[in-house]
Design a protein around this ligand. Structure first.
Ligand SMILES: [Cu+2]
Length: 128
């Protein structure tokens, strides 16, 4: 019985790893994005399919405050599924990076789940 659970556990991990579009490959393009309570700049991004994009996310303001009971602060950059790529906790003046292989064509949305209810922190990615 234990073996079955171990097998399930390992398969779950493998499925998770293979689904991510994050990559360590060399980037083809770099896209610098600024985020603040006024939204993302730029908020419309066009990329070619299968290119590796290095996203550099810089927060220009404090975003959501750091609370003692929460592990979240600042702004973030989340590309919705199927990409499902998250850069969390970008504090004021900080820049964080993520490399993503743009394998899924079409229109995709990125947002800051921390503050998109209050601020226009939402953008569009078009993969052609
Ligand atoms: Cu935010």
């Amino acid at each position: 019985m234990k073996k079955i659970f171990f097998f399930l556990f390992v398969s779950l991990i493998l499925v998770n790893l293979s689904c991510t579009t994050k990559t360590e490959e060399k980037p083809d393009v770099t896209i610098e994005i600024k985020v603040s309570k006024n939204g993302y700049q730029p908020n419309v991004i066009n990329v070619e399919r299968n290119k590796v994009v290095l996203f550099k996310i810089t927060a220009e303001d404090e975003g959501i405050p750091k609370e003692p009971n929460s592990k979240y602060y600042g702004h973030c950059f989340y590309i919705l599924p199927p990409y499902d790529v998250m850069v969390e906790n970008v504090g004021k003046g900080e820049t964080k990076e993520v490399k993503v292989k743009m394998v899924y064509p079409g229109h995709h949305i990125f947002t800051c789940p921390y503050c998109s209810d209050f601020f226009p922190t939402k953008g569009d990615i078009y993969v052609k």
